[in-house]
Write a protein of this length. Structure first.
Length: 239
């Protein structure tokens, strides 16, 4: 079993090329938080498969991959905006989980544990990229007046946009605008508004205080709203 490692296609021998440097898995901040709620179905799945996983059963690992690869790829794609990078992040996350399983304390379900590892791997890739300069972000933020922040609020766009385009087209537009946000704002909007991650968990993954998370999310939402309004206005002028 030591020569076998999980891949997105199943199990296979370790590649003959350069060995991937193994990283020590430290207990991140979210492990010290309150346990995430676990559904009865997840609890039953974990109770059935976890003993076999701890015995390094390849069939159990393959079942875990089948049950979780789709969702893990989806969140990695949203964060990384690149299919190859997303698959690499998920592949590396499964390898890390495979090696760190003895450290799994059961404070959350296996799928949540894997999800957090995938998000962390994706964020590490983003930090290495640093492609998007963030100076232009100020142009997307609402102006401040004497009485404080202008009263614009983030909306999904459904109320006024449903009359101009189909829902599928609107979802595509929203995703495109989210993808245009600078990395630090795009990430927090995806985790909180798309993935619906609790604030506590998002703080732990992004290593932000609650106030820092709230500020970054607010700025991201305001910028996203301005991008959506500009694009909807442009389309209205064309039609």
């Amino acid at each position: 079993m030591s020569a076998m490692t999980p891949t997105l296609e199943g199990f296979g021998s370790q590649p003959s090329g350069p060995r991937v440097r193994r990283r020590r898995i430290h207990a991140p901040r979210w492990r010290r938080e309150r346990p995430a709620p676990v559904s009865a179905e997840e609890r039953e799945f974990d109770a059935r498969i976890l003993p076999s996983l701890r015995l390094s059963d390849e069939k159990a690992y393959a079942e875990l991959l089948r049950a979780n690869t789709g969702r893990m790829l989806a969140v990695a794609r949203r964060l990384l905006l690149n299919e190859e990078d997303a698959r690499d992040a998920v592949q590396q996350a499964f390898l890390l989980a495979f090696r760190a399983l003895p450290q799994f304390a059961g404070r959350c379900c296996l799928s949540t544990w894997l999800y957090r590892i995938v998000v962390n791997e994706s964020l590490m890739k983003l930090r290495h990229r640093r492609r998007h300069p963030e100076g232009w972000m100020e142009e997307l933020l609402p102006e401040f007046h004497g009485a404080g922040l202008s009263p614009s609020t983030y909306v999904s766009g459904d109320e006024h946009a449903d009359t101009k385009m189909e829902r599928a087209e609107l979802r595509q537009l929203v995703q495109c605008c989210i993808n245009s946000l600078p990395e630090r704002y795009r990430t927090v909007v995806i985790l909180r508004d798309i993935e619906d991650l609790p604030a506590e968990e998002a703080c732990g993954i992004l290593q932000l205080s609650r106030s820092g998370l709230k500020t970054r999310l607010h700025r991201g939402r305001q910028a996203l709203q301005k991008l959506l309004e500009a694009e909807l206005s442009r389309r209205a002028q064309i039609s």
